[in-house]
Design a protein around this ligand. Structure first.
Ligand SMILES: [Zn+2]
Length: 474
């Protein structure tokens, strides 16, 4: 009795061979019937990736059965169902040859592995099948490059901001991409943005919560600006066949901010103070930072804002914060605040970002010069304070260019104060930068006039608060 083992495998590795295993099995059964063989067993593998090298349990079982002698002929639809590589063919030959087990295929007839010429034919068939696979892979890559050069989508997972066809804009998501890019330019952090979006129940295109790295990769996608990318390179002069959802200048500016090394290398502890690095010293114009100064052993002083080196001014941080907060909330609660949501242009912010990068570079040089002994501590301090205040000015200009978007979702709310207090600190800082300048002045000697004993020492007269433009002041 001839016991036949039928081997079937579903795969994509041969053109036109998306042939189902049922069809393969049916054809093999007919082959067996014609020869009068008894079907001992049917082996099936689902192996969708060509050359994956993925184990094939059905195939393994068949080789075991060949070695054990429970089958004495193999039937398959085509030899390329049996072997995926020359190495697998050699293994198959060494299992079948000593036992004289013939292989029959529906498409190519009997396969003679017992003679040198028969094995040569089998190896050639294998080589041809492999060539076809490699050719198909190469063609696939060429097709992708061609698609990119023609501005066509290369396919894949649905890009956030677009429908599954990659062409149609999904307006609700496009608005969020725009919002995210503007927030980044305005100085918001990726972490803060993620928390904000997740808090609003927004998800990514795959329905997952937002994470900082995902936001960064979504915003910087060239496709959002209608640009084509192939192998990590933006293709100059090629327009995508879908509409942009970000102004190209806004996209460039956001990409610049996210690619800024200063941003990546100084994550540090999250900022806790509204005006640290934003408020300036009324004497030397340097930025004031939250710090703990003075005090005696065993007595902690509250955190204060002070200019870094000279400490011309020192003011309790929480008091300055709440004073500024109240002024901003009052202004944003006015009915005419809605006019502040005017659309903005981003053409100039790219230049400003470039300026910030150059100034940071100069700061580094200054530090190196000090380390090398070329300048003294006083020169270092004066030089770096000048540079820092220019960086701050450029950052403020960038922020005010994006003002409309920073205020989106705050202005026009029923309870602006509650909305404000619920915002992430980065967002509140971005708003402050976009709206006002805060300068801490030297305090007068003694208590302010009218001070009563139960009140704080804080004197609003010693904080100079200015709106950045007349529209706000009006
Ligand atoms: Zn100062």
């Amino acid at each position: 009795m001839t016991a036949v083992g039928i081997y079937t495998r579903i795969s994509r590795d041969r053109i036109g061979a998306g042939l189902g295993v049922d069809r393969q099995e049916k054809d093999c059964r007919e082959l067996a019937a014609r020869h009068g063989w008894t079907i001992a067993r049917v082996y099936r593998d689902n192996d969708l990736s060509a050359y994956s090298g993925k184990p094939r349990p059905g195939y393994r079982q068949m080789l075991n059965d060949i070695t054990a002698g429970t089958i004495n002929v193999v039937a398959a639809w085509h030899t390329d169902r049996l072997h995926r590589s020359p190495a697998e063919l050699e293994e198959y030959i060494s299992a079948c040859d000593p036992r004289g087990i013939p292989t029959h295929t529906v498409k190519a007839g009997p396969l003679d592995l017992a003679t040198p010429s028969g094995r040569l034919v089998a190896r050639q068939l294998g080589a041809v099948a492999r060539f076809e696979v490699e050719h198909a892979i190469e063609r696939g890559q060429a097709a992708k490059a061609q698609a990119a050069a023609a501005g066509r989508w290369k396919g894949g997972r649905r890009p956030y901001g677009y429908e599954a066809d990659g062409i149609t804009v999904r307006e609700s998501e496009a608005a969020i991409v725009q919002h995210m890019a503007e927030q980044i330019i305005a100085g918001a952090s990726l972490r803060g943005l993620a928390a904000d979006l997740n808090g609003r129940g927004e998800t990514t295109s795959t329905g997952r919560p937002w994470r900082a790295d995902v936001i960064s990769s979504v915003i910087t996608r060239p496709r959002n600006a209608g640009l084509m990318e192939h192998r990590g390179q933006v293709l100059e002069g090629v327009a995508a066949q879908w509409p942009a959802i970000l102004d190209p200048d806004l996209w460039r500016a956001a990409r610049f901010v996210l690619g800024d090394p200063a941003r990546r290398t100084t994550p540090g502890p999250a900022r806790r103070w509204l005006l640290s690095g934003i408020a300036t010293c009324g004497v030397c114009s340097a930025s004031c930072f939250a710090t703990r100064v003075g005090g005696h052993p065993g007595k902690t002083l509250p955190t204060s804002y002070a200019c870094r080196e000279a400490r011309h001014v020192v003011r309790i941080a929480s008091e300055v914060d709440s004073y500024v907060r109240d002024l901003v909330v009052a202004r944003l609660s006015r009915p005419d605040a809605i006019a502040l949501l005017a659309p903005t242009t981003y053409a100039d912010t790219t230049a400003l970002h470039g300026e910030v990068a150059v100034l940071r570079e100069r700061l580094d040089e200054l530090g190196r010069a000090f380390a090398d002994g070329d300048i003294d501590a006083r020169q270092l301090r004066e030089g770096s304070e000048r540079l820092r205040s220019r960086i701050e000015a450029a950052t403020t200009a960038i922020a005010s260019a994006a003002r409309g978007s920073v205020l989106d979702g705050v202005v026009g709310e029923e309870d602006v104060a509650a909305t404000w207090d619920g915002l992430h600190l980065d967002r509140r800082r971005a708003i402050i930068r976009a709206l006002c300048e805060v300068t801490i002045l030297r305090a007068r000697r003694g208590r302010r006039p009218g001070w009563r004993s139960e009140e704080s020492y804080f004197d609003p007269e010693t904080v100079d608060f200015q709106w950045v433009d007349s529209r706000l002041a009006g």
